[in-house]
Design a protein around this ligand. Structure first.
Ligand SMILES: [Zn+2]
Length: 400
């Protein structure tokens, strides 16, 4: 933290510097005019700051064209630091190593039964991080931070997985603190829906937008909300629990203790339960989507009904937050128009027309990589000025 008096010339300069760095960090590469527009700083201020950052080796500047005119694009230097992303799903572990210039240098995913034991999961993650760093040719001390995704809400106070988490082997464990100790690196933690939103915002279907929602439909249903270019988490870190919107007071009992939550109509367990009497017990959601594409009427019907229910939740979200785009992630997104069409129908029916008109509903473009890329983006989003300038960040992230 700066020791300058707030409002002094030098603290203002540092604040402007950080705004420029943050804009470039999140976009990957921007022209100076785009930086000025995005930060609200004058062209002359941006130009001075970019020159200073270039001289310190923090950014690189290259000639490009923008709208047919010559322009200069600014991106962070590839050796400004390394970031690591780790995504724990229920059945997989995925790790990526990238640099601040948005290049993914190494990535690997491994099947793992994460639910059983947290310690086993951490062992695997630790080994994979070490191996990928070695493969990419970087020493661990080059790592500015680690983004960690877990499939459940994180308690802001304790850093532990919240009570609705569906990871029985992880109860009471603060995954960020645990991993920070093992790796000796600062770790930032967030849930999978927020990371999917960040991934799509920085690398995928949400690029260039500042207001969007990412809805992940898997065994659970969650949303990551981006408001003004930042993830909105709420004071308790539970914003975006769209899966627990009540659709039917007398509906099936949900794991949260209520009845008739959206999740009890569209979560994978519920959908598979509808189809297993006719298609057998060894069904998976990807298989249902595949059969639907091949024309199986039962699978198509179940997916369309799920789309309509998701659309009811999206309509509520739309009325409350007025996002520009809703991005569907998780296995169900592979159903494409079979699920997106019914979602749009429900939005048209239940959302107020002015909010619905501005909304587009699209599938994510990153598939199963959204969360791990979002974990990389989380580090870029959370790190302070010191991290951007290549020194190691504070000992631990805010939610680790
Ligand atoms: Zn519920």
């Amino acid at each position: 933290m700066s020791t300058d008096t707030p409002g002094s010339q030098s603290s203002l300069h540092r604040a402007n510097l950080e705004r420029v760095l943050r804009a470039v960090r999140m976009a990957g590469s921007l022209t100076q005019a785009e930086i000025a527009r995005g930060t609200g700083l004058s062209a002359a201020t941006v130009s001075n700051i970019v020159r200073e950052l270039k001289e310190s080796g923090t950014v690189v500047v290259a000639d490009t064209s923008s709208g047919g005119r010559r322009a200069r694009s600014v991106s962070l230097s590839g050796d400004a630091g390394i970031v690591v992303g780790i995504d724990f799903g229920h059945t997989h572990l995925r790790v990526a190593v990238g640099n601040l210039a948005h290049r993914v240098l190494a990535e690997e995913s491994a099947p793992i039964d994460v639910d059983v034991s947290a310690a086993q999961g951490f062992d695997r993650a630790e080994a994979l991080v070490e191996r990928l760093l070695a493969e990419a040719g970087f020493r661990p001390d080059k790592v500015i931070g680690v983004g960690l995704g877990v499939p459940g809400p994180i308690d802001v106070e304790t850093g532990a997985l919240g009570s609705t988490a569906i990871l029985p082997g992880w109860t009471g464990i603060a995954p960020g603190r645990e991993l920070a100790e093992r790796l000796g690196m600062p770790v930032h933690v967030d849930n999978d829906a927020n990371l999917g939103a960040l991934g799509e915002l920085v690398w995928g279907a949400g690029r260039g937008l500042s207001d969007l929602a990412y809805i992940k439909v898997a065994s659970g249903v969650g949303a990551g909300l981006v408001v003004n270019g930042q993830i909105y988490r709420g004071p308790g870190g539970t914003a975006g629990e769209i899966g627990h919107i009540t659709l039917d007071e007398a509906g099936p009992v949900c794991r949260c203790g209520n009845r008739g939550c959206l999740e009890t109509f569209v979560g994978s367990r519920y959908l598979l339960g509808l189809l297993s009497p006719t298609l057998g017990p060894d069904l998976s959601l990807p298989r249902v989507v595949e059969l639907a594409h091949q024309g199986d009427l039962g699978c198509r019907r179940v997916i369309a009904d799920a789309g309509r229910q998701i659309g009811t939740g999206v309509a509520t979200l739309c009325n409350l937050l007025n996002p520009r785009r809703v991005i569907l992630g998780g296995d169900l997104a592979d159903a494409g128009e079979l699920v997106l069409g019914p979602i749009r129908d429900s939005v048209a029916r239940y959302a107020i027309p002015s909010a619905a008109r501005q909304l587009s509903v699209v599938p994510g473009t990153l598939g199963g990589r959204a969360e791990v890329l979002g974990a990389l983006a989380l580090v870029m989003s959370e790190m302070g000025e010191s991290g951007a300038l290549g020194r190691s960040a504070q000992t631990s992230g805010a939610r680790s």
